[in-house]
Ligand binder design. Structure first.
Ligand code: HXC
Length: 528
């Protein structure tokens, strides 16, 4: 009887009903979203996903999830998806999990259902072992949902931490990212920000003005420029959203899916004989020790096709970090850059390189270190800001790393700089040096000033200068070479610069199956 009064909906009706729900999400809501986002020069959450992943590969989850909040009249508006698009897809045929916040729904803010959706993909990425990409464009914790929103941020942070070193985690910041919400991108391995539209700060300009009296715009406080050049929170400052997503696709191509997986291997085009680029290395080092040169030329000569993806390019440019391939296999390159501050290690350089080294080690990516370092940066500012504690991070990172480590001393390798930049003593497997390497406690001028102070003080005018020059020449000849280190086996091979690419390729091939165990422990205690 009941079935006559309320006929069971037909299968055709049910299929049409599903289509209507999908229509609401994918066309009607998406159109509303596009109108609002495009007016602000931004793409929609779905357009961003489309640009990131392989066409047709996106498998969306929880498209029809809706919030359960009744406060603030919220139950009158329950849009599908709850302000975040989540799912699984492929990039260049390799799986990723992703979420993309939709600023046009409750400001892309995190509520309970939003949080459940995000946690589901983070958990899935960790379980199946694939990279997680999070696209951020949000007003932060959903004010209407109160403490529940905060709980989900903390839950997400906990999962980011548990996934750290297990799967690569990449964040894109494409709109606002404020308050405690900044800490979820900050906990991930790489952060990409879009210039001009995105901003990221713990407290916004209004609170800053009220508390400290400082007047500052959102861009000045937390735009892509300041976060990539000054604070170091950001690894790539993108021109626009397409550029940001393109960079992430390229980055993913260098990385393994997880810590137990290998990096993708590409066909190698490495020439067996010396090329013109190789030969040019023979004349790269200027005869004057005070003259700089671009370390990128060495990197480009070594990596396949000169293809190098630099991370944090504009932060601490005195040290270069990035990914390339040798024989088609990913390497992480750390190199001093003599063109900036003579390649000295300061606090920022130490922290930048330490984090990079630890990422490579966590994901089994061999490390190639190119050295031209006059030492740690002297100065009251550096000492007071903690160069002892913060400079120690780099020693910790290198010493802890068990991946294949190949180091090449190009020119200066002085003092603490020598020790820390992938020295044999911190566990490098193969140490190479060019004949132009100067491996010593310090440079000739500084050494002579200390060692011969008394003798020089006893002389006057031209005699003093002539003696100083003699002492400097003598020191250079005896100590500013790779041979004292080679004498003791601290350098395995002194090589002609032109053979660098071939030597490094042989060393990395030899180390391909390296295994190194370390004592069991809960975790170390890196100086933070
Ligand atoms: C609910 C929000 C929201 C939020 C924005 N909206 N933020 N809804 N919760 N947190 C809504 C707005 O009400 C508005 O809805 C729509 O999103 C667009 O917001 P506008 O203010 O019109 O946009 P805009 O002028 O571009 O300003 C963007 C903004 C601003 C700078 C992000 O909205 C803002 O300051 N929001 C609050 C940011 C904040 O303080 N969040 C809490 C951070 S603390 P309508 O319906 O009008 O379109 C945090 C704790 C994390 O996140 C804890 C970690 C442990």
């Amino acid at each position: 009887m009941a079935s006559g009064a309320f006929p069971r909906p037909s299968t055709a009706y049910r299929i049409a009903d599903l289509a209507a729900r999908d229509e609401e999400v994918l066309r009607i809501a998406e159109k509303r979203s596009a109108d609002r986002q495009h007016a602000q020069g931004k793409l929609t959450a779905r357009e961003r996903v489309d640009l990131l992943v392989d066409p047709g590969s996106f498998l969306e989850f929880d498209r029809l999830a809706r919030h359960r909040c009744a406060d603030f009249d919220m139950d009158s508006h329950r849009p599908y998806g709850d302000g975040v698009v989540t799912g699984q897809a492929t990039v260049d045929g390799r799986p990723i999990c992703l979420f993309s916040q939709d600023f046009t729904v409750f400001g892309g803010s995190m509520g309970e259902v939003f949080g459940e959706k995000v946690l589901k993909v983070v958990d899935l990425a960790t379980r199946i072992g694939c990279p997680l990409v999070g696209i951020n464009d949000s007003g932060g914790a959903r004010i209407q949902e109160g403490v529940v929103s905060l709980a989900y941020y903390a839950e997400l942070g906990r999962r980011n931490v548990l996934a750290s070193g297990v799967i690569p985690q990449i964040s894109l910041v494409m709109g606002p990212c404020a308050g405690g919400a900044v800490y979820t991108p900050a906990l991930t391995d790489f952060v990409v920000m879009v210039d001009g539209v995105a901003h990221m700060f713990v407290t916004g300009p209004e609170v800053v003005a009220a508390v400290t009296g400082e007047a500052v715009s959102p861009q000045e406080l937390g735009g892509a420029e300041v976060n990539s050049e000054v604070s170091g929170n950001v690894h790539y400052r993108a021109r626009d959203e397409e550029d940001a997503l393109d960079w992430v696709r390229t980055l993913l191509g260098f990385l393994p899916a997880n810590n137990l997986d290998g990096c993708p291997v590409y066909d190698s085009a490495g020439a067996p004989a010396l090329t013109a680029t190789d030969l040019a290395l023979d004349t790269l080092i200027p005869d004057s020790p005070h003259q700089g040169y671009d370390m990128c030329r060495v990197i480009h000569a070594v990596v396949d096709d000169g293809d190098f993806l630099e991370v944090q390019k504009t932060f601490a440019p005195n040290i270069i970090c990035g990914f390339g391939r040798v024989d088609g296999r990913t390497v992480g390159v750390v190199a001093n850059q003599p063109l900036h501050l003579a390649g000295v290690i300061d606090i920022d350089a130490s922290e930048k390189a330490s984090r990079f080294v630890r990422f490579c080690d966590a994901f089994g990516i061999p490390l190639l270190t190119l050295v031209d370092v006059p030492g740690y940066l002297p100065g009251v500012g550096q000492e007071r800001a903690g160069i002892i504690r913060r400079g120690a991070k780099l020693i910790y990172a290198y010493a802890e790393a068990t991946v294949p480590k190949v180091t090449l001393a190009v020119r200066k390798a002085y003092g603490g700089g020598y020790a820390v930049m992938g020295s044999k003593h911190l566990g490098a497997d193969v140490n190479l040096a060019w004949p132009t390497a100067e491996i010593a406690v310090m440079g000739a001028d500084a050494a002579v000033t200390i060692l011969h102070r008394r003798a020089l003080r006893a002389l006057d005018g031209p005699e003093r200068e002539a003696a100083r020059q003699r002492f400097v020449a003598d020191y250079r000849k005896r100590f500013a070479t790779p041979y004292a280190a080679a004498d003791r086996g601290y350098v395995d091979r002194v090589i002609r610069p032109a053979t660098t690419r071939i030597e490094i390729s042989r060393a990395l091939r030899m180390l391909r199956d390296k295994r190194q165990e370390t004592p069991a422990r809960k975790h170390g205690n890196i100086p933070l």
